[in-house]
Every structure is written in C-alpha cells, then in structure tokens.
Write a protein that binds this ligand. Structure first.
Ligand SMILES: C[S@@+](CC[C@H](N)C(=O)[O-])C[C@H]1O[C@@H](n2cnc3c(N)ncnc32)[C@H](O)[C@@H]1O
Length: 263
C-alpha cells in the first residue's frame, strides 16, 4: 500500500506514474509515441484559443496529460470504462479544472451520447494501446462516431501495436516479438510493476479496492478474450469510410504505429 497520508489526487498521480512505468515495459517507445502525438496536436491547434481534446480509452489519462503538458491551454476529456482506471483518472481530474472524465464503454452503441462528449466538437481525439481491445465491428463504430465528434479539420491520432501478419510477414513478426521480450525483461528486472503487480497495488488501496472488485462485473469475458487483430489498412480504410479526408501514419517503430485521420 502507498503512503496512506497521501491526498486522493496525489495517490492517483502516484498510481498513474507507476502505470506509465508498467506500460513502458510493454511499449519500448511509449514516451516518444506520446510526445509525437502531443506535438502534432500542438501544431494543428495553434490558432485555437482553447483546444478540446478527447483521450479515448484513456485509462488513467496518461496520453491526455501528455497532450495537456504540450498544450496547457487545452481542455481534456478522458473516456474509459474500467471502474478502477476511471476512479484514478477522476481523482487526478478533481485537482485540475481542465480535465473531465467520462465513464463510457466504447463497445456499446450510444457511447458518444455521453453528455461530456455529445455537446462539444473536439479538435483532437487521441488514443493509445487501447483500440485493439475492441471487436473490429466496434472499432468501425468508434471511428464513425469519432468522425461525428470532431470539429471540421480536427485530427484523430491512434497509437497502438498492429501486429505483423504471421503468414505474410513472419520474419518481422519474430523480430518484433523478440524486441518486446527484451524490453519486458529489461523493464521488469528493475523497479517497474508488471501488469499483475500494478493491479495488486491498486487493489491494496482502500480508496480503489471496491473499484477493482467491480472490474469482473463490468468487463465480463472481454477481460480475457482478445479480439481478432486488424491491419493498418483496415484502420485507414475505416477512417476514410467514416469521412476522414486524409489518413496515414505519423510515426512507426516495428509494429508500433501512430496512425491519423483528418476530419
Ligand atoms: C492498456 S490500457 C491503455 C490506457 C491508456 N490509453 C494508456 O495508454 O495508458 C487499455 C485501455 O483501454 C480501455 N478500454 C478497453 N476497452 C474499452 C471499451 N470498450 N470502452 C472503454 N475503454 C476501453 C481499458 O479500460 C484501458 O484503460
């Protein structure tokens, strides 16, 4: 358990910091991915007085916070369905008037009607290491709804692993898997929590233990079953079909991509 004297927002920020270390074990260039997304949002929103940013499946809000660090005048909505991550993100938001948190399940239709989402046009929608959790049909729906939520000229940026095809790209698939393994061995030999250790730490916090206990009920089997993988071309053609006028890749390292669409 962390120091019990910590106020909720400090405790939440500490758990979010540990989350970032843990996630970096699985994504070698996570910080570079975030910095790239933040810089692109910064450049595209230069003329906008108070850019509105949505972090989709944002977890504790790490990517959105990175965007706020680069664009301090922006406002941010972090949207996620996990009760514990939403609770931590909300405690961080309580100490920062620029941030709001929407409890939404992107796998359910109507998610975009949440009051924090429906009533504004976002200048940027960002996401990281998350949309691969969605069934392809839900990913299509999310991109279509994201197109509705963006202001004209707004950008969607999604950073995620898009695995190499085991039949068409077996060599690079092996290289990427070996690289992931090396990174995990290096990171988790140090002080970073593994995924399971991080969740055990959150569970041990009285403030969050009941939220962790609700995860099974909220997630059901989706917490165990990985959806089928889709390709970069699937993402880009879906964005085009949703009305994005320009699509492509902003950054890439092996199978780790940041793809974009301009509304
Ligand atoms: C690996 S975490 C990444 C979190 C954050 N984007 C980051 O990079 O630190 C995956 C996130 O996707 C969220 N997620 C997965 N499926 C979701 C869904 N159907 N609706 C909302 N959030 C979802 C999870 O709750 C989790 O926060």
């Amino acid at each position: 358990m962390t120091d019990t004297a910590l106020d909720p927002s400090t405790l939440a920020r500490e758990l979010s910091r540990r989350w970032d270390l843990q996630q970096t074990g699985y994504i070698r260039h996570r910080a570079e991915r975030f910095a790239t997304i933040a810089r692109v949002v910064g450049t595209l929103t230069e003329g906008i007085e108070r850019p509105r940013v949505l972090d989709l499946a944002g977890g504790t809000g790490s990517l959105g916070h990175a965007v706020l660090a680069a664009v301090p005048r922006a406002s941010l909505v972090v949207a996620d369905k996990d009760p514990a991550l939403v609770a931590i993100a909300s405690d961080i938001a309580a100490a920062d008037p620029r941030i709001e948190v929407a409890d939404v399940d992107l796998g359910r239709s109507g998610w975009h009607e949440h009051p924090l989402l429906a009533e504004q046009h976002f200048d940027a929608i960002v996401s990281s290491t998350a949309l691969h959790w969605l069934q392809p049909a839900h990913l299509v729906e999310v991109y279509w709804r994201a197109a509705d939520l963006l202001a004209p000229g707004g950008i969607l940026l999604n950073g995620d692993h898009l695995s190499y095809d085991e039949h068409l790209e077996p060599t690079l698939r092996r290289v990427a898997a070996a690289d992931d393994e090396r990174m995990q061995a290096e990171t988790f030999a140090g002080s970073a929590d593994t995924w399971d250790e991080w969740w055990a730490a959150v569970s041990a916090e009285p403030r969050y233990s009941h939220h962790v206990a609700r995860r099974e009920e909220v997630w059901g089997d989706d917490i165990r079953v990985a959806p089928p993988k889709v390709t970069l071309e699937f993402h880009l053609s879906t964005l085009r079909s949703a009305g994005f006028t320009e699509t492509g890749t902003v950054w890439r390292y092996l199978d780790d991509h940041v793809l974009y669409g301009i509304r």
